[in-house]
Design a protein around this ligand. Structure first.
Ligand SMILES: NC(=O)c1ccc[n+]([C@@H]2O[C@H](COP(=O)([O-])OP(=O)(O)OC[C@H]3O[C@@H](n4cnc5c(N)ncnc54)[C@H](OP(=O)(O)O)[C@@H]3O)[C@@H](O)[C@H]2O)c1
Length: 294
């Protein structure tokens, strides 16, 4: 099968950059950031896509801050629902495949076993509601699209929770992190690898699929894991201990956060017939690469 022509949207974001690096070496790749396609100008999207040749669109663009979405819901609607729908319509017309990234925040966060793809969605904030709206709109316009729900991303392309905690721990011993909010930290590099297999080996996969590492973490256990790994790598952190706090004690958030959004990756595991590694192993690999470059 010839290498598919891939168009990455949101190529300046954390996941978008990881996708660009991963697919760049081996595929006919086009990468667009907001400068090339602004999701808040929906009238321009169809014409731009019509002029571009591609077999696969990876849409990693969107309004991703729950707090910004909460106070700017009209912009969130454009970025997370309206634009993805137009892109899906274009993909359907061209016979191209679309991958729309979505989130564990489509779930309510109420106490639950691992959330499976078919479980009821009930987002608690504008971000989750618009991302869910995007899922529905994309699959309606392009039934062969893949909606890839991901959670708690980390990797070299954009600092996230473990990077921030390690940075803070080099300055102070006074660290806190929320202990009663859980999900699965997920490596952007692993997502790229899974996605490559899904695109090349399973081109018919469509609908909703959870793309997350195995295991469970809170922001607190994730933080302490990062500090312990960093310390063994010789990073001059002043502590590996983090004071656990409750989500309810944080008053700075504009948007409510769901509490328990840990997703099942059994479907991904069955599809790829490979063991999906634990987030801790993926985090260790990432921090070794960051702090002990060869
Ligand atoms: N990060 C996580 O922990 C996490 C968790 C669950 C799900 N997700 C999902 O994973 C995907 C990628 O997330 P990420 O962390 O890589 O996001 P990110 O780093 O915030 O990047 C978002 C990308 O979207 C672009 N963008 C934002 N508004 C736009 C607009 N109006 N028009 C065009 N482009 C726009 C940004 O461009 P600029 O650089 O110009 O702003 C950037 O390239 C998203 O679908 C997100 O919902 C992420």
């Amino acid at each position: 099968m010839p290498s598919p022509r891939i168009l990455i949207l949101g190529a300046t974001g954390g996941l978008g950059r990881a996708l660009k690096r991963h697919f760049g070496a081996r595929n006919d790749l086009t990468c667009w950031g907001r400068a090339e396609m602004d999701f808040e100008k929906p009238d321009e999207i169809s014409a731009k896509l019509a002029k571009q040749d591609f077999d696969v669109v990876l849409n990693a663009a969107g309004m991703t801050s729950p707090d910004v979405c909460e106070v700017q819901p009209e912009r969130a609607l454009l970025a997370n629902v309206v634009a993805p729908q137009i892109i899906a319509e274009c993909c359907e017309r061209k016979g191209a495949r679309m991958v729309q990234f979505s989130t564990d925040y489509v779930f309510s966060g109420e106490p639950h076993d691992l959330w499976r793809e078919e479980d009821e969605t009930k987002p608690v904030n504008v971000y989750g509601r618009t991302k869910l709206g995007g899922e529905t709109a994309v699959l309606k316009a392009c039934p062969h699209a893949l909606v890839a729900r991901v959670s708690w991303l980390f990797g070299p392309d954009k600092p996230s929770h473990p990077d921030n905690v390690i940075q803070r721990a080099m300055q102070t011993e006074e660290l806190t992190a929320v202990a009663d909010k859980v999900s699965a930290p997920t490596s952007n590099s692993d997502i790229c690898r899974w996605l490559e297999r899904l695109i090349l080996e399973y081109p018919d996969t469509h609908g909703v699929l959870h793309l997350c590492n195995s295991g469970i973490a809170s922001w607190h256990t994730w933080a302490e894991a990062a500090l312990n790994i960093a310390e063994t790598l010789g990073v001059p952190v002043r502590t590996t201990r983090v004071q656990p706090v409750e989500l309810a004690s944080l008053t700075q958030f504009k948007a409510q956060r769901p509490v328990m959004t840990l997703m099942s990756n059994a479907k991904l595991q069955g599809l790829l017939r490979e063991e999906i590694r634990n987030w801790h192993d993926a985090l260790e690999e990432y921090l070794v690469q960051k702090y002990q470059p060869k």
